[in-house]
Design a protein. Structure first.
Length: 151
């Protein structure tokens, strides 16, 4: 089971369609769930992250392998990421990815994570990043199953 918890709601139709397509593709390999929590970006940064973290915590448990998406996190190639997901699934079939809001992820959530992941030192729009994450999860499963996928 893959769960993605993300701060903020998706509005753009083209991004929703891309996400739906990748969810459909990933379901061939595992169950997938996306949970949106309210973005508190109008509050001061520390208050916003604290409030968002309270909402995130309602959707996670100690049984899950939590991966936070952070600019300071570890970077992998697609092949390394695939191997990492495969290794995690050997010990825990419930992997939860957390994408923070515009101010990032509260420290209390970071402390719950077993892995801190970065796709780049660049900043991406959170809505677009969901598509990137789903694409890499799909690619990881294709690699794990020795199935061809465009490069």
């Amino acid at each position: 089971m893959i769960k993605i918890i993300t701060v903020g709601a998706l509005k753009e139709k083209y991004l929703k369609e891309a996400i739906e397509e990748y969810q459909k593709r990933i379901k061939k390999y595992t169950d997938i769930e996306i949970i949106e929590v309210k973005d508190e970006g109008l509050l001061p940064p520390i208050q916003a992250m604290e409030k968002e973290s309270e909402k995130i915590k309602k959707h996670i448990s100690e049984k899950e392998y939590i991966i936070t998406l952070e600019i300071e996190g570890k970077q992998f190639t697609s092949e390394e990421f695939s191997k990492k997901i495969e290794d995690i699934q050997m010990i825990n079939s419930n992997i939860t990815f957390i994408i923070g809001g515009s101010y990032g992820i509260d420290q209390s959530i970071k402390e719950k994570a077993k892995m801190h992941l970065s796709f780049s030192k660049m900043t991406f729009p959170h809505q677009l990043f969901r598509v990137l994450l789903l694409e890499q999860i799909y690619r990881a499963f294709k690699i794990m199953n020795n199935e061809s996928y465009h490069k």
